[in-house]
Design a protein around this ligand. Structure first.
Ligand SMILES: N[C@@H](CCC(=O)N[C@@H](CS)C(=O)NCC(=O)O)C(=O)O
Length: 218
């Protein structure tokens, strides 16, 4: 089975899916959808994704799924015993993983994505950064990162010593934050050590290699 992944190399949601596919050694064909050119809103892509976004995963039999976390859970269910066990078999450990995944969606993404939009996406798109908005997002992110720094004390990953979906759901966003407001990570020793650990993983290095090799977005 060779999957088709519609996405863009520099897209954080796409990177989440690419890393899961790399963890599970699942081959895929990559179809570049250039978000900066608005290709995600084309009629063809709207037929794949009703909100006109990326990423989208498609099976050989035409089964399609959008929403990066839903895609990663599907990939995990296909190959639970290959690579990292992204959702642990133990029910309580899995519940803790889902707790931190939910935290990524509700506590982390809104302000993390706000910073990414203002400090990384707008400059690349040639649009001015809204400084006040960037500062406001940062203010909201700080207490979340303080909780994360405490959570990451004494073990390697969000839940125990294994890399799981709890880590993957955060990693691509921290990778951009590290580039644009790296002090947010560096000032928090446990978070900084976690970030080093995650970005040293061979599968993450493959994702970064993939991003370099993926068709350019502009
Ligand atoms: N919650 C969705 C977010 C999808 C999303 O916002 N994707 C971005 C790229 S990371 C996108 O398509 N942006 C272009 C747009 O919103 O028009 C997921 O995780 O897949």
């Amino acid at each position: 089975m060779v999957f088709k992944l519609y996405g863009m190399g520099v897209s954080t949601c796409t990177q989440k899916v690419v890393m899961a596919l790399k963890e599970k050694s699942i081959p895929f064909d990559f179809i570049n959808i250039n978000v900066l050119k608005g290709e995600q809103k084309s009629p063809e892509n709207l037929a794949r994704h009703p909100f006109g976004k990326i990423p989208i995963l498609e099976d050989e039999d035409g089964f399609r799924i959008f929403e990066s976390l839903a895609i990663v859970r599907y990939i995990e269910n296909l190959e639970p015993n290959k690579g990292a066990r992204l959702i642990p078999a133990d029910i309580k450990t899995a519940a803790l993983v889902e707790q931190w995944v939910s935290s990524s969606v509700y506590n982390f993404y809104p302000s993390a994505q706000g910073i990414i939009t203002e400090r990384a996406i707008k400059p690349v798109a040639g649009r001015p950064t809204d400084e006040a908005a960037a500062v406001e997002h940062r203010k909201k992110l700080v207490p979340v990162l303080d909780v994360y720094d405490k959570q990451l004390a004494g073990h390697d990953f969000f839940v125990g010593n294994d890399f799981t979906l709890a880590d993957l759901s955060h990693l691509p966003y921290f990778n951009v934050i590290n580039r644009v407001e790296g002090d947010l990570i560096k000032e928090r020793p446990n978070l900084a050590a976690w970030f080093e650990r995650c970005t040293a993983k061979s599968t993450w290095l493959e994702v970064m290699g993939f991003v370099q090799g993926a068709p350019k977005c502009h």
